[in-house]
Design a protein around this ligand. Sequence first.
Ligand code: HEC
Length: 133
Amino acid sequence: MRRTLIPVLLLVAMIAAGTGAAHDWKRDDRGVLMAIARAPAKTRAWKNPYEGQADAIAAGEKLYRQHCMECHGDDARGTRTAANLHMADVQGATPGELVWFLGNGNLANGMPSWSGLPEQRRWQIVAYIKSLR
Ligand code: HEC
């Protein structure tokens, strides 16, 4: 029993260290993940043309299901692959920072760029994310 337990524990530790290494969980003084907060300062002032609009939120949810759910999970509550988007370290970001982040992604951490989606759709997804608060 002991003989198998130790290699298994070592393997688990190695996997945890390996996956952890790719993540950068540093946050800015608002508590927003640096991956998002490194957006250019001007993005903070960008307004979402669809903010709070029910049809845009519904469209954003549909896009979320098509493009994001496999990694971020049902209702954006996170999976083993990617984070819960309800959390304050995402919700604390402005809509402009989020739309910028979606356009750029964070490939080093496994988040693809969504610059292939028209900007209107990215704003709809942001309206959906913000509706989760
Ligand atoms: C292939 C898997 C994958 C897909 C598809 C994906 N993401 Fe991500 N996303 C990640 C990973 C991995 C991260 C970085 C670390 C984490 O969230 O655990 C990330 C990070 C994020 C973040 C920043 C929060 C953070 O924890 O770093 C947001 C916001 C986000 N994704 C939104 C989206 C949206 C919206 C879509 C769909 C347009 C999407 N993602 C599609 C894997 C994915």
